[in-house]
Design a protein around this ligand. Structure first.
Ligand SMILES: Cc1ncc(COP(=O)(O)O)c(C=O)c1O
Length: 480
């Protein structure tokens, strides 16, 4: 058994890394009370560090009550340190911060990071022209403080676009422009989760989003997800959740699209329990084999808070997203937005409004959809050529990532770092899950920002590593 790993390059003292891993594993119940820990000598030798480092980590854990020494017999996990209510926080560094860019000195790293659109295909020239025009023509008032809900030009045009393209039922008054979907989710969490609250979340779901809902007094309940999204027949009875967070048009990360029967079941449950549904519609414009599914919001605008973003259809660097709220929540949301950052930058909002108004957004989405479909098909082709029946590809109908399931493989931190040492970075689905064991064999592979040559080489490198990991060495060593 591997107790912990260390990263000598990350700058965090070694004793701290060891302390934090043990602490997290104890809190999450992975190490259970009464379980014996390795001796300081054994652990020092397996990690190739000095024994003082281990002693220091153990002393810290001992001082905080996570472990206890039993005279003459060793060190054990203490009673009562398993934090049951909040569920297990997904492990590791926050993705998108620590994992966002190629490692220094590794320009050849091929990064299957999910959630990134094709950065080199951002319509720079057009955006630049619109920005120049906006800057020179806009009245001076736009350069002052704005309103918390954002510019009316953008809210108007966005409402039309959403009615047309997503079946969202809204008036501009219900829309608040935010700094990405992330801020929209955070505002909703802080607005609705006051006092003791229950929240239902999909399992798995984006690591940061889980963290945003984990506010003091909030009990998080994970509802399992399968290939069709949230398993609504498993919605818990006996609770009155304040909110239920879902990604019905493209579940993150598993990729399912919630069928109507489950949508109805979810809406009925929310009506019965008096809960709000928070619908995060982060990338469903890219649906490849049929038209995008309509929003959940269109079924009951008084019950659903709809969240959208321009991070995937244009660029995450814009930091532009929005919230569409039932009328009763609008004023409260405006106040929260004002107290958070007053408002989202006005000039960017005006440029985006022009971009949508002149039809560029719809043209851009339609062009990118063709490109992403080609990239997706090529990735699937490379995976099946290389891995044959050892891989199952899922969740690829929508968006800019898919799920690859590798029979018999468990993507442990050791295996992931081995893969990265070979020049390819992949992302484990288990990172985002409460029930990690069910997802150990799954990778999330983003393809939005990778050219075909990179996909081909990346899968070749991945294959070179995994081929040695199957219990019986594979004969299959074909590459695409
Ligand atoms: C499910 C989901 N929702 C929302 C976001 C955040 O998007 P934004 O860049 O708009 O904050 C992400 C990030 O990739 C995500 O995975």
């Amino acid at each position: 058994m591997s107790w912990t790993t260390i990263d000598r390059a990350c700058g965090t003292p070694l004793f701290r890394q060891i302390y934090e891993t043990f602490r997290r594993r104890i809190l999450q119940g992975e190490l259970q009370s009464g379980e014996k820990l390795p001796s300081t000598r054994e652990l020092a030798s397996s990690l190739q560090v000095s024994r003082t480092v281990i002693v220091e980590a153990y002393e810290q854990l001992l001082a905080e009550g996570y472990i206890e020494g039993r005279h003459g017999s060793g060190t054990y996990v203490a009673e009562g340190a398993y934090l049951q209510t909040v569920g297990a926080a997904p492990e590791g560094p926050v993705p998108g911060l620590a994992l966002s860019s190629p490692l220094p000195g590794r320009p050849d790293l091929i990064d299957f990071r999910h959630g990134l659109p094709a950065l080199d295909l951002f319509p720079r020239k057009l955006w630049g022209e619109l920005a120049k025009r906006t800057c020179s023509r806009t009245a001076p008032e736009a350069f002052g403080y704005g309103r918390p809900e954002g510019r009316s030009e953008l809210r108007q045009t966005l409402c039309h676009y959403l009615r047309r393209s997503r079946g969202v039922l809204c008036e501009p008054d219900q829309l608040i422009v935010t700094t990405g979907a992330t801020q929209a989710i955070s505002l909703i969490a802080r607005m609705l989760l006051t006092g003791q609250s229950d929240v239902l979340l999909e399992d798995p779901l984006t690591h940061e989003i889980h963290t945003m809902f984990a506010l003091p007094g909030t009990a998080l309940h994970a509802v399992p997800v399968d290939g069709q999204g949230m398993m609504t027949h498993l919605l818990p009875t006996g609770l009155r959740p304040k909110l239920i967070y879902v990604t019905p048009s493209h579940q993150f990360p598993l990729g399912g699209v919630l069928p109507i029967q489950r949508r109805v079941q979810l809406m009925e449950y929310a009506a019965r329990t008096g809960s709000y549904i928070v619908e995060d519609d982060y990338d469903s414009e890219f649906r490849y084999d049929s038209a995008p599914v309509s929003s959940l919001q269109g079924l009951d605008p008084d019950r659903v808070v709809y969240i959208g973003t321009f991070s995937k259809i244009l660029s995450p660097a814009l930091r532009l997203g929005y919230l569409i709220l039932p009328s009763s929540l609008v004023e409260n949301a405006r106040q929260h937005k004002w107290l958070t950052d007053l408002h989202t930058p006005s000039l960017e909002q005006l440029v985006l409004a022009e971009f949508i108004e002149e039809g560029h957004l719809e043209r851009h989405v339609s062009r990118m959809k063709k490109i992403y479909r080609k990239r997706r098909d090529f990735l699937i082709h490379c995976l099946t050529r290389s891995f044959g029946d050892k891989v199952t590809v899922a969740g690829y109908s929508t968006g800019i990532h898919l799920i690859a399931e590798f029979a018999g493989i468990s993507f442990t931190p050791e295996l992931l770092s081995h893969i990265e040492n070979k020049g390819v970075r992949v992302y484990p689905a288990a990172f985002h899950a409460y029930r990690k064991e069910e997802h150990r064999h799954r990778l999330i592979l983003g393809y939005g920002n990778l050219a075909e040559e990179q996909v081909e080489e990346g899968i070749r490198r991945l294959h070179a590593v995994l081929n040695n990991y199957w219990p019986h060495k594979q004969e299959n060593d074909k590459f695409c």
